[in-house]
Every structure is written in structure tokens, then in C-alpha cells.
Design a protein around this ligand. Structure first.
Ligand code: RTP
Ligand code: MG
Length: 141
């Protein structure tokens, strides 16, 4: 299996509840290497661009509002099969449907306040990493 990079966000609800360390510990225990990371607050245009695929959907406005509401952690995670592997430990979008032991099942508050984001494909990962990181900020051997 190929070594991949995926893009991760620890969302405002998780940062506000002091869960950065808890989520990072889960990521490292699952075999991810955190090769880039920073604490930022998204601007409206950052969020509209990042979630551009959802423009026009009824939840788009609230999603942008929420994602800009406080600090978040943006990260690049590296592992074998990283994109799928992270989606698996993240769990379903709605925590009520997420499998036991996943980040969203165990930590998320609701469908919108669902604690973390993971890229849904390798091409999304490349696009999303480029939204927040320069190549020189990614410490990958
Ligand atoms: P994410 O991009 O944040 O990792 O979440 P995801 O792939 O599991 O879900 P996605 O379909 O990309 O949706 C992005 C975020 O929008 C909110 N959402 N609300 N009310 C709704 O029907 C609805 N659908 C999506 C969620 O907060 C989701 O994380
Ligand atoms: Mg998504």
C-alpha cells in the first residue's frame, strides 16, 4: 500500500473543549505521523473556498458560520493508505451513525459540531493541503 498524505481539521467544538491532545493521541496511536500542523482561525473566504463543493446546499451558510466561529487545528497526516484510514477512524458525518470507537462517535456533539474533518479522496487531500500549507511547512521525509 502506498504512503499517502491526508488533510485534517480539529474543528472549533473540539478545540473549545480542550480535545486537541486527545485527538492527536488517537491519530498517533493509529499510526499517523503529523507532518504539518498549525492553530488558525478560518476567514469567511477560507471556509467558502474550502467547502466549495457544498455551495448552494441548505447547510452551507451555517457550515461556514460554524467553521469560522473559533480557532481550529489544521494538519497534514501521513501514513499508508492515509485518506481511507483517517475516514475510518473519524466515523460517519453524523455522530449518531458513527461506529463505536471512532472520533465522531466518542467525541462529537452533533452533525454540525462533529469535531474533526478528513479529506474524502487523494485529490481532495492535495487541494485541501494546498489551501493551508506551503510545501516548506510540511515535514515529510
Ligand atoms: P467533513 O468534510 O467536515 O470532514 O465532513 P464529511 O466529509 O463527513 O461530510 P460532508 O458531506 O463533506 O459535509 C461537510 C460538513 O457539513 C455538515 N453537514 N451538514 N445538515 C446536513 O445535512 C449536513 N450535511 C453535511 C457536517 O458538519 C459535515 O461535516
Ligand atoms: Mg467532506
Amino acid at each position: 500500500m502506498a504512503i499517502e498524505q491526508t488533510f485534517s481539521i480539529i474543528k472549533p467544538d473540539a478545540v473549545a473543549r480542550n480535545l486537541i491532545g486527545t485527538i492527536n493521541a488517537r491519530l498517533e496511536a493509529a499510526g499517523f505521523q503529523i507532518v504539518a500542523m498549525k492553530l488558525i482561525q478560518m476567514s469567511r473566504s477560507d471556509a467558502e473556498n474550502f467547502y466549495g463543493e457544498h455551495q448552494g446546499k441548505p447547510f452551507f451558510g451555517p457550515l461556514v458560520e460554524y467553521m469560522t466561529s473559533g480557532p481550529i487545528v489544521v494538519q497534514v497526516l501521513q501514513a499508508e493508505n492515509a485518506v481511507l484510514k483517517y475516514r475510518e477512524i473519524l466515523g460517519a458525518t453524523n455522530p449518531e451513525n458513527a461506529a463505536a470507537g471512532t472520533i465522531r462517535h466518542d467525541l462529537a456533539e452533533s452533525m454540525s459540531r462533529n469535531s474533526a474533518h478528513g479529506s474524502d479522496s487523494l485529490s481532495s487531500a492535495a487541494r485541501e493541503i494546498g489551501c493551508f500549507f506551503e510545501q516548506s511547512e510540511i515535514f515529510s521525509k
